[in-house]
Design a protein around this ligand. Structure first.
Ligand SMILES: [Fe+2]
Length: 264
């Protein structure tokens, strides 16, 4: 049986220093800084030893190359040795990411392929900087069409930031309808994404779409015009067995929820 255990952390919103950022103006977040929760998640993930760690966007909150170097240092500190697939979100500044995380001088959308245990990961960049709505460029749809024209050994996992659809009314994602045909005819098992800061699980274009909770803070739509920020935080473990995917949502609390530990 082919297996793969994926840890999915989304919407990290890391900064080295939150002063003068959006978080500085939100009293409830001043003592509950996202970078602290990212470290809790990474520490728990390191202990669980997944096969791969995927970060589905908003890695850093409109920060500099130094903020990306800080994030990379945290990942290396806790999860050294685990393959990591970063995805860009709308709060990621692409040039800062390229400079700080990849140590490269380039611009433009960041999409790429990774293969592991016979599974193919296709990572797309659905984000336009500082635009809450998603956009999948025709260049990326062409690339997906070409990559998905042949099946991989065990199936494909698609990674991106914006859900293709969501019950959260404060954003939408634009893409050409031919993407739906491409996905329906493909070996894609699931699309793992984030952005909503609200866990959702649905089927679209014949594939499972799993939207992870943010590990920084929650967002909920409470009326046609209003959203609230919440203390809801979490990350996912996804067990892949052949073409089945089982998702466990880990919740994170201001106080660590572990009561005791024992051997059995
Ligand atoms: Fe986010």
């Amino acid at each position: 049986m082919e297996q793969l255990r994926i840890a999915q952390v989304s919407d990290l919103h890391v900064l080295k220093d939150y002063r003068n950022s959006m978080f500085d103006r939100l009293p409830l977040l001043q003592t509950e800084l996202p970078a602290n929760y990212v470290q809790v998640a990474l520490r728990e993930i390191a202990e669980a030893k997944p096969d791969i760690l995927v970060l589905t966007g908003d890695l850093v909150h409109e920060g500099s190359a130094a903020d990306y170097r800080f994030l990379k240092m945290l990942i290396d500190r806790y999860c050294d040795g685990i393959p990591v697939l970063p995805v860009l979100g709308n709060h990621d500044l692409k040039q800062s990411f390229y400079r700080g995380y990849l140590n490269e001088d380039r611009t433009g959308r960041y999409y790429y392929k990774h293969e592991q245990n016979g599974y193919r990961f296709l990572v797309i960049d659905t984000a336009v900087e500082r635009n809450g709505c998603g956009d999948i460029s025709s260049e990326q749809i062409d690339w997906l069409e070409q990559e998905l024209s042949h099946a991989s050994e065990n199936g494909t996992i698609l990674l991106g930031h914006h859900p293709l659809q969501s019950r959260q009314a404060w954003f939408h994602t634009d893409y050409d309808a031919r993407l739906g045909d491409i996905l329906e005819k493909s070996d894609v098992i699931a699309y793992l994404c984030g952005h909503a800061h609200y866990a959702e699980d649905c089927t679209i274009c014949g594939i499972r779409q799993i939207t992870a909770e943010s590990c920084a803070f929650g967002v909920e739509t409470v009326s046609d015009t209003d959203v609230i920020y919440t203390h809801t935080r979490g990350y996912n473990t996804c067990w892949l067995e052949n073409r089945e995917i089982i998702v466990h949502q880990h919740q994170m609390f201001p106080v660590h929820p572990q009561i005791c530990r024992f051997a059995f």
